[in-house]
Write a protein that binds this ligand. Sequence first.
Ligand code: CU
Length: 346
Amino acid sequence: MVDLLYFIAFIFCIVVVAQMFRVYELILKLKGGGSKDVVVTEGENKTMAWFYVIYLFLFFGMYAWCYINYKDYFLPVAASIHGEEIDQLLAFNFDMINIVFVITIMPLFLFPLKYYYRKSRKAYWYPENHKLELIWTVVPSIAMAVVIIWGLQTWNEIFEPAPEDAIQIELYAKQFDWTARYSGADGKLGNFNYRLIGGTNGLGLDPNDENVNDDKIVKGEFHLPVNRSVNFAFRSQDVIHSAYMPHFRAQMNCVPGMTTQFHFVPNKTTAEMREITGNPEFDYILLCNKICGIAHYNMQMTIVVESEEAYNTWLASQKTVDEKGILAGLKETEKTKNTNLLAKNN
Ligand SMILES: [Cu+2]
């Protein structure tokens, strides 16, 4: 209804403007000059040309002001090895775009001043220039090729399989929180099945898989060692979530029914990052970056990056699935039932 009123108001505005022009024409006619076209003088042309120049400086001024004023809202330096490469690639793209933008926009707004209509001057007929055409085809082609080749190389490097000695962590998403699961001493994450989700077993861990018992389940905050490759497996219980770790330039969807993966090497500890940002409160964070429901905003986890010794001490202090008794509640009969279900499933 409101939209309709806006539309009607818009139509009335057009009618009013048209009527004003009609009145203006009638006044001109009364003054005796009505049948002639409106003549724009050289002076008026020049004024308009200067407005273009003023606009140009206002525009670039605003551009610079926004950049300086909102600099604090940008992400700080990347805290992972591949993140630094992504930042370089992005900076190269932006530098190139900015240079071309300034080079093309400046003449666009300065030419009106140089070439506004004067009676004494004739336009120069300049139909073609093969050399110029060759330059403006070849130079952007080369720039484009550099961006694509560099981009593909970076992409391939990032998505190479994780190294053998990578730390295995599972990030499990559900409405509305995260759970991190670390592989135990065996370096293997135990099996799971969605049919086993229930009671204390929120992750659907398989009680019949021996690798499960030494896994460690962590909530609220998880730790990573600096300069070690970390391989994440992402799962979701309900809807699509997205694990977003902005400071490491990492994001991966968590999709129900499948496991997604991403690995990276964090290269700055939380303490180092606090110094870099000048913020003693700084913490790395894991966020959900898909609007997954009403408490989506609250779906986060703190990440602590520290030395390998500190990480090992922290991990040792965490209780295993066995110690927490997460699967103890599962009766033997249920275990058998579940085993049968799993067998049938496979
Ligand atoms: Cu979510």
